[in-house]
Design a protein around this ligand. Structure first.
Ligand code: NAD
Ligand code: G6P
Ligand code: MN
Length: 442
């Protein structure tokens, strides 16, 4: 297999170490010649990079070069694939996204509801810039984006770069859920084949089979109802909030037993419960700062101090392995099946063609080829159309700099619904996001 050059954009991310371990675990799947980190925050990236340097020297001697930089030309020249994982405004702005809606009794979440809108309005500008910059230096590179809110980012990228066929939006939630199914069944997650439809963070598994064609859907449903549902991937298994979220997936399944739900549906199906449970001074952003970020930074410090990975607990994770395997399937035309975001174009036959859906696809050198889903039942169609109208209006609001469109978007969102609340939250978010959002015209 020919070796490739990868750039990780957002090198300072809390996910980078996991991706490094995943690149090492999957070095035969996607062998690298050169690995580069790019970030706008030199210092934040350097900590992760210095630790990565040690790890790579020990575990990836085949690599010709590892570099980290804040220089776009250096980062984006001669690359085959880019992973995009930026967070415009950082965790500090995430905390505001979560706290402001909560003041009005509305869910405060990174990707769902008003928080997702706010984050989307920040992400789009940076994402457009990055895609343009990458294309300037590497016109054929595969760009794999998982920057959140992926649904809104994907909708915006589709409109800004309609002819870019090497731009893929991808999320790890479906595979993280499948990892739990696999562990429940005592099977390998890579042996499972999903049936799935929806939008990003807004979908359902219709079926889980193995590659031999055995159908485990009912077994999984029964096990979840009778034994509960827990996260098992290393990154989230010990996280209280994720345990709670997986437990709520059981409740969703019991309320609507047709399909196995994506965990993010909890925010839309039980918005009142979810808003009531949140503590404003300890929303998810704060938990990530004191949890994942702290753990990652301490791990880096130890590795840098010891100049070795020895004695440090660090493994690959489903997030990293998924991105690496999916990239390899695109690059080497492996035609493996992954759930990603694509333009609907008839895949779900009774919703519009331009919807960015999340469905199983075959990842080929010509891009993702989605499998037909067909008609979906009224309840799911209604939910999806409503949610997509929200996503579309957010992106309309961004392009048109329209207060009215954003107000419509929030009013449609199941986590809000009340116009007075929508207005109050929007007005506060505008203040909090000065300098990040395009100025909205009333
Ligand atoms: P983080 O804040 O730890 O890392 C983001 C990094 O991006 C930071 O180092 C920051 O300096 C850098 N950055 C910000 N703006 C940039 C720009 N314009 N160019 C280059 N670098 C920039 O955040 P995190 O929690 O590690 O998450 C990173 C991103 O990945 C977020 O958007 C998160 O939501 C997303 N994510 C998505 C999925 C998914 O399934 N879609 C899974 C995990 C993480
Ligand atoms: C899942 C989602 C991502 C999200 C991540 C972290 O993997 O698919 O989109 O960014 O969880 O969420 P957290 O709330 O733990 O930061
Ligand atoms: Mn996601």
């Amino acid at each position: 297999m020919e070796r490739k050059n990868l750039v990780i954009v957002g090198g300072g991310s809390t996910y980078t170490l996991g991706i490094i371990m995943s690149l090492i675990a999957e070095k035969e799947t996607l062998p690298l010649r050169k690995l580069t980190f790019y970030d706008t925050d030199r210092e934040r990236q350097e900590k992760i990079a210095k630790a990565s340097e040690v790890i790579l020297k020990e575990k990836y001697p085949e690599l010709d070069a590892f570099e980290y930089t804040t220089d776009k030309e250096k980062a984006f020249k001669d690359i085959d694939v880019a992973f995009l994982q930026i967070r415009t405004g950082g965790l500090a702005m995430r905390e505001k996204d979560e706290q402001i809606p909560l003041k009005y009794g509305v869910v405060g979440q990174e990707t769902c509801g008003p928080g997702g809108m706010a984050y989307g309005m920040r992400s789009i500008t940076d994402m457009f810039e990055l895609v343009n910059d990458i294309r300037k230096y590497s016109k054929d590179a595969w760009i794999m984006n998982y920057t959140n809110p992926a649904a809104i980012v994907a909708e915006a990228l589709k409109r800004e770069f309609p002819d870019d066929n090497r731009l893929l939006n991808i999320c790890d939630m479906p595979i993280a859920i499948m990892k739990s199914y696999a562990d429940m069944l005592g099977k390998d997650v890579w042996d499972l084949v999903p049936g799935y439809f929806g939008l990003n963070h807004f979908g359902w598994f219709t079926k889980i089979e193995d590659k031999a064609g055995h159908d485990y859907t009912q077994t999984i449903k029964d096990k979840i109802v009778n034994e509960g549902f827990i996260p098992t991937d290393s990154e989230i298994a010990n996280d209280q909030s994720w345990k709670q979220t997986f437990a709520t997936a059981r409740k969703m399944l019991m309320d609507f037993p047709d399909y196995l739900p994506n965990t993010y549906l909890q925010y839309y199906l039980y918005p009142e419960d979810l808003a009531a449970k949140e503590a404003p001074d300890n929303t998810r952003a704060r938990q990530v700062i004191n949890g994942r970020q702290k753990r990652v930074h301490e791990t880096c410090d130890r590795i840098i101090e010891n100049q070795s990975l020895e004695g440090v607990e660090l493994t690959d994770d489903i997030h990293g392995v998924y991105m690496v395997k999916a990239a390899a399937s695109l690059i080497y035309h492996l035609n493996h099946i992954y759930i990603v975001m694509v333009k609907n174009e008839g895949v779900i036959s009774n919703i519009p063609s331009d919807v960015m859906v999340e469905v199983p696809t075959m990842l080929t050198a010509d891009g993702p080829k989605a499998f037909a889903v067909g008609e979906i039942p009224t309840f799911y169609k209604g939910l999806i159309e409503n949610q997509y109208a929200y996503e579309k209006l957010v992106v309309d609001g961004y392009f048109e700099q329209s207060y009215g469109k954003i107000l419509q978007a929030l009013t449609l969102n199941r986590t809000v619904t009340d116009v007075n609340k929508a207005k109050a939250i929007l007005d506060e978010l505008i203040e909090a996001n000065k300098g990040y959002w395009p100025e909205l015209k009333r």
